[in-house]
Design a protein. Structure first.
Length: 168
């Protein structure tokens, strides 16, 4: 018997809709001790925030992001990869997709907050061009009714366009 090897389909992304929220929430509660609520996602979708799902090559939902578009900038509110699928390039791919979308809008920067203790995410963001620019004290809920600081990060976009503006 001769087998024909075919490449696996590439991972794909599509917009998030309300019908996806059961699957999204399953990942959210598996990934975080203080997950977003269904209401957080519903409100984000209703407000028209940019939200996408990422599927693995086998069609399994592996992650998602939600971002708030603003004036010449976008604020990443939530980027999550299912714990068993982390460290396989999905987070990086979603960040690049978001950056491309934001650049197409004409944005100059992406912003985000990340838990100070989330060293893995901070490292990913730094590798993707984000710089630590500030701190929000007590931003996140933490164990035993405590609060955890958030590191504010920014990634410059459209650097070439910015340099061109300065020359005009």
């Amino acid at each position: 018997m001769n087998a024909v090897l075919r490449p696996l389909p590439a991972p794909r992304q599509r917009p998030m809709v309300a019908a996806d929220l059961d699957a999204v929430l399953a990942i959210e509660v598996a990934a975080y001790p203080f997950p977003w609520s269904r209401g957080n996602f519903i409100d984000s979708l209703a407000a028209g925030y940019h939200a996408e799902l990422r599927f693995d090559s086998d069609g399994t939902l592996v992650g998602y992001f939600v971002a708030l578009p603003g004036f010449e900038e976008t604020h990443l509110l939530n980027l999550t990869v299912a714990p068993p699928r982390q460290r396989r390039g999905h987070g990086r791919a979603m960040l690049e997709r978001l950056a491309g979308w934001a650049q197409a809008r004409g944005d100059r920067a992406l912003w985000l907050e990340v838990r100070q203790s989330n060293l893995g995410a901070r490292s990913l963001y730094q590798r993707q061009g984000f710089a630590e620019v500030g701190c929000r004290r007590g931003y996140y809920p933490a164990a035993r009714q405590q609060r955890e600081d958030a590191v504010v990060m920014r990634r410059e976009l459209n650097a070439e366009a910015d340099r061109g503006d300065a020359l005009d």
